[in-house]
Design a protein around this ligand. Structure first.
Ligand SMILES: [Cu+2]
Length: 106
């Protein structure tokens, strides 16, 4: 039991140092806010995505090779980068018509 707790502490502190910057996104009414997310090139970025809708959403980006289901009324974390300069689209796969945006690295 104590061993597990120690491992949890270690992984928690590693996570804290894993990203250079943290950016918050909100999902509301099946849309992302903001829809354009500017990030610096060459940095690890932690996206903290709060889903305020009551239904689940899946953050999905093929160019970033990321996919994460965020249940309704909860928050999920997605790590991206370091990125080269460019525009990387993402969608909410469960509501693709409205939930979409871009990560812009520059
Ligand atoms: Cu998917």
């Amino acid at each position: 039991m104590q061993k597990i707790f120690a491992l949890l502490l270690i992984s928690a502190s590693m996570t804290a140092f894993a990203a250079d910057i943290e950016i918050k996104l909100v999902i509301e009414n099946h849309r992302f806010q903001p829809e354009t997310v500017n990030v610096p090139t060459g940095k690890k970025v932690k996206l903290v995505i709060e889903n305020r809708d009551s239904t689940p959403e899946e953050f999905e980006s093929h160019p970033l090779n990321r996919e994460k289901v965020i249940p309704g009324k909860s928050t999920g974390t997605v790590y991206i980068g370091p990125l080269a300069a460019g525009t990387y689209p993402f969608v909410g796969e469960f509501n693709e018509k409205t939930a979409k945006g871009f990560i812009v690295a520059k």
